[in-house]
Ligand binder design. Sequence first.
Ligand code: M6R
Length: 608
Amino acid sequence: MCGIIGYVGGRDVPSVLLGGLWRLEYRGYDSSGIAVISNGELIVRKVPGKLSELEELIKRKPVHGTIGVGHTRWATHGLPQENNTHPLLDCNEEMALVVNGIIENYVALKDELEGKGHIFRSLTDSEVIVHLIEEYLKKGLAEAVKLTVRRLNGNFAFAVISAGERNRLVCARHDAPLICCYNSKEAAVASDISGVVSIFDEVIHIPNDSIVVLGRGKCTITNFQGKEIKVPAQKVSIEVGDIDKGHFPHFMAKEIFEQPKVLHNIVSERIIDSRIHPGDELGLSNDELKKVSRIVIQACGTSWHAGLVGKYLIEKFARIHTEVDISSEFRYRDAVLDSDTLVMAISQSGETADTIAGLREAKVKFLKVLSLVNVVQSSIHRESDGIIEILAGPEIGVASTKAYTAEIVNLYFFALYIGLLRGFVNKAELTKHFTALKKVPVQVEQILQLDAQIKEIAEIFCDSRDFLFLGRGLNYATALEGALKLKEISYINATGYAAGEMKHGPIALIDSKMPIVCINPRSSVYEKMLNNIQEVITRKGIPICIVTRGDRRTRTVSKHSILIPECLEYVSPILSVVPLQLLAYHIATLKGLDVDRPRNLAKSVTVE
Ligand code: M6R
């Protein structure tokens, strides 16, 4: 989850490292540091706390050099304090290492290395790497890294520099992301493209289980056995502007408000000449898709919630039995997977460790994996048999917003596509769905215009201690997602529940202080949900209702209602989540919290 960067070249190295770290900060932000080789000496600047504090420190104590590494940390082992902050150094302070990942056998390695006299300064698991490299250094840095990676269990990506070899960066990856770039004048390595986007326009996606020796005009990639691998560079697909806040105060706000544009793009990409175009990388023929008798969707967090909506849509339109599993459960539960089961992974980042592991679990059982993924060339993209690109554009805010609605729209198209293939969707129905989906971008725009009203509701409830979110059917997932959005950025205890399940326990929580967000757009479960709202009111709970315009019945019983446009029931989870994103955003900002850097979290969860 940490962000790593390394650079060698003629630019001002600390500025390049800091620039990269700012763009990688979403990966983790509890401490940060850089190390630069200056006149043969390794100079380190690091601070626990915000990246702005590192920037201040470097201003106060400038460093100069032509090669360096930087790191922004999401702590796993060892508190976010200075000694645990990367770069980590060897005993002689001649090498600096930045790592993302977890070394699972670090205790045994540490015992062994301490036995040999190595002095450890941190409580991190990663420090063993730099001492192992030191142990093997006589053979040269690249060879030492090769010997080191063979000793490590877990997942990792790292970059190391040595005062003894001032022109090259050596990096390695195993199950954690890493890219590199180079030309005749300079070279860089980073956790992802955003770290280097301002400098390079071509990028190499480093293959898993490989080591890279990188310098000006040179890049040698070998596998862990030492065999050289040729990997073509690819055009960088994003621009600096794509990962900029623009005029918004937070990435989260920018991304919420980007949804109409994103959804419009997806609808335009997926409907071509009145036919569904699921993309060119499905990786399964229509015949193979027709044979699928069961689908297992596995994903984490918000992507898992999108999967829940996907289940309803696939079962409704394609009549295929669909299960949705949390990846961290799926990967270990030895699921029954028959040969005609299709496994689907959903992931914005394409780097979520549990989702990757779930994907591999399916592949070990010789099953095809079709993934919805936003970041192209991510691990999930590369390891899946086929992909549907989510097309949300870069999502930086830790709280996922536009990726969620984009995932649902793509699942909607996929469900229709496979439903058509299997003969469960006819032409007239398809036209009806197309009409509904084409309206979505404008409808989301209309909901965004309710921002001021939603902020007023946020002002009323921002000091509430607990929230309950209730929904049914397709909007059960909306309840879960609304609760996740609120809790992750406002730290308010928020529970999402299937409304019909409320009386089996959570109803006991309701009192006159509790806001209960009830998602009740016009749908097949409208009346049932209305009953649940009445039950809430009878217990003196305070309903905040998401309802369809023109719905008087819910509004008469609820003082706080947010109106969404009239839509097909299947579209409603796309629309009804938008007010909940805004509600969470406003509550968190009213509480003075940093919504783009919520405590304890990171955007890309690359450790299990
Ligand atoms: O990149 P992914 O879609 O695989 O990420 C999954 C979750 O880590 C992610 O959705 C997380 O729950 C977000 N913080 C939710 O806002």
